[in-house]
Design a protein around this ligand. Structure first.
Ligand SMILES: NC(=O)C1=CN([C@@H]2O[C@H](COP(=O)(O)OP(=O)(O)OC[C@H]3O[C@@H](n4cnc5c(N)ncnc54)[C@H](O)[C@@H]3O)[C@@H](O)[C@H]2O)C=CC1
Ligand SMILES: O=C(O)CCC(=O)C(=O)O
Length: 526
């Protein structure tokens, strides 16, 4: 049975799902050193935001197939290191959307009415009504930075509360912002106009310290800012200074540059600052959602099935994956085939998606072709996760072309590999029952199913040649399962494809190339 390590607290429902297919160990509060030490025994790792999965941990996880983040942000996982090792990283893109949005809204209202400080004062025996005169959000301007899933829900609720909405998000369309009743503006204008600013984008090199001293200086003196996205998007030192000096009216933070928050000037601030310990996703509902979402994906990957929200496999949605599944096998087979014909170092792979495959949805077939091509060199080390990166690192240029006009089959795939030893191509398609057919090799039309051991020759179409090859194989005790020839003109160049019951013994290929009329011979093992 595979083994799964759960290194942060997750809902029991997730553990139950994982236990269907694996032995599950829940070990929380591990130090990075302890994690490095125990990770080699595990096939999967499930985390929340408490565990930082570094390159060192990933490299130590020699059995790891999948890392599941029970939440949205994967900034606590070294995704490039996982990708390089072919480890799938999955998250739960929507499981905690509502929880995080509601926390941001709770922070906005709490900031406006000083709820946390007023509560503490009553609990400490006081009855102070003068210190807590707040502000209404009604008719105020809310600036949403990052109008994705969480930002959109915040915008919808804020609109219902009568707020005016502006938004900054360089990656969304004006139409989408219009639908949400948001005026899309530049960040500079948002900072100057908004009474409330709420952040809902990922932490990236571009967003780190996006809200620095300069940005804070642009905000209105009555402005309040909320960060329930990621620590480090706001420069905490500059923020504490701006709050202390009354440069802005308030800030509510759920996330910090370093978590848990250590010694910080933020802790010394009064009612104008609200600090929560990364609680955005901490609702019973969200924790059930993310645990199910991620545990199911880990279970599926351990069973050899695709993950539905992998962050490091480009663009394979479950629906598309279902449609493409039979073609993925075709692409991988053709990749293996053309890689072996090309031999040597491949410099270019041209993937032509034909007929019904000539759509953008077929992009995963390019990855599958690369996986097949590289499997000769990398064996089981290459998978759908790292095929692209491995190809790039080997200097293999990939060209994708689409031709909907090719209609011999509903959909067909043509791969051409160019390298140090020349260029070769292969075309394949699926029959009605899903069986793979190789329909063309090096522009010679044929029609053969792939088999484990194959011999392929380029030769002159002349009497007696096929017999000689048959006798030669017989003298080496190799049994021929099937044979097919293809040619363009009589007595011109031709190809022969043989399916063999046995692998070709060493030395026979050289003997075959010595047969008069044979120009080239290749073995292919699938
Ligand atoms: N406090 C908490 O417990 C939680 C925090 N989060 C965090 O909330 C953030 C947003 O999550 P979702 O809405 O689910 O993500 P999402 O991917 O749906 O939306 C993110 C949006 O940010 C935008 N964006 C990217 N770069 C930007 C930039 N430079 N400036 C402005 N906008 C930019 C994107 O275009 C996208 O529309 C993530 O960082 C996530 O980790 C999510 C859940 C819980
Ligand atoms: O796991 C958690 O509680 C944090 C959630 C979070 O920050 C996220 O989903 O990005």
């Amino acid at each position: 049975m595979p083994k799964v390590l759960v290194s942060d607290p997750i809902d029991q429902v997730g553990i139950d799902i994982l236990s269907q297919v694996a032995t599950v160990d829940v070990k929380t509060n591990l130090t990075p050193e302890q994690l490095v030490q125990i990770i080699p025994e595990y096939d999967a790792l499930m985390i929340r935001s408490g565990s930082r999965v570094t390159k060192e941990i990933i490299d130590a996880g020699t059995q790891l197939k999948i890392i599941g983040r029970a939440g949205v942000g994967v900034d606590n996982v070294d995704v490039p290191a996982a990708t390089r090792r072919g480890i799938v990283v999955v998250n739960s893109p929507e499981g905690n959307t509502i929880a995080a949005a509601e926390h941001a809204l709770a922070m906005m209202l709490s900031l406006s009415r000083y709820v946390p400080d007023a509560n503490s004062s009553v609990k400490s025996g006081q009855w102070d009504r003068k210190s807590y005169v707040g502000a209404e959000v009604y008719k105020k301007t809310l600036g949403v930075v990052g109008l994705g899933k969480i930002g959109s829900h915040v915008a919808n609720v804020a609109k219902a509360m009568g707020m005016k909405l502006i938004a900054y998000d360089p990656f969304i369309s004006t139409e989408r912002a219009d639908q949400l009743g948001c005026r899309l503006v530049e960040l500079d204008l948002l900072l100057r106009e908004a009474d409330y600013i709420t952040l809902h984008m990922p932490k990236t090199p571009e967003t780190t310290h996006l809200i620095d001293a300069e940005a804070l200086a642009k905000m209105k003196p009555n402005a309040r800012i909320i960060n329930c996205a990621r620590g480090g998007i706001i420069d905490e030192v500059a923020l504490a200074e701006a709050l202390k000096n009354g440069q802005i009216a308030g800030a509510a933070l759920d996330v910090y540059e370093t978590e848990p928050l250590g010694e910080s000037a933020l802790r010394a601030l009064g009612k104008q600052a609200i600090l929560t310990p990364h609680l955005g996703a901490s609702t019973a509902e969200a924790q059930v959602n993310v645990a199910i979402d991620v545990a199911e994906q880990i279970r599926d990957v351990l069973l050899g099935l695709p993950a539905r929200s992998a962050v490091n496999i480009p663009g394979i949605s479950p629906d598309v994956m279902e449609e493409l599944r039979p073609y993925m096998q075709l692409a991988e087979t053709l990749g293996k085939f053309v890689g072996q014909l090309a031999g040597g170092r491949v410099e270019l792979l041209n993937v032509k998606l034909q007929g019904e495959l000539a759509t953008n949805k077929s992009q995963p077939l390019v990855v599958a072709s690369l996986k097949g091509l590289l499997s000769q060199a990398l064996r089981e080390r290459v998978n759908y996760v790292n095929a692209g990166i491995e190809a790039k690192e080997r200097g293999i240029r990939v060209i994708e072309t689409r031709d909907a006009a090719v209609k011999d089959y509903a959909g067909s795939l043509h791969l051409e590999a160019k390298g140090s030893l020349g260029a070769h191509s292969v075309t394949g398609a699926l029959l009605g029952d899903g069986e793979i057919r190789i329909t063309d090799i090096d522009e010679f039309p044929i029609n053969v199913p792939p088999s484990q051991h194959m011999l392929f020759t380029l030769h002159r179409d002349m009497p007696g040649l096929i017999g000689k090859i048959g006798s030669l194989l017989g003298s080496f005790n190799v049994n021929i399962a099937s044979m097919q020839v293809g040619r363009k003109i009589v007595r011109g160049d031709a190809v022969m494809v043989l399916s063999l019951d046995d692998p070709l013994p060493d030395g026979i290929l050289t003997e075959i190339t010595k047969v008069p009329g044979i120009r080239d011979a290749y073995t292919v093992t699938l």
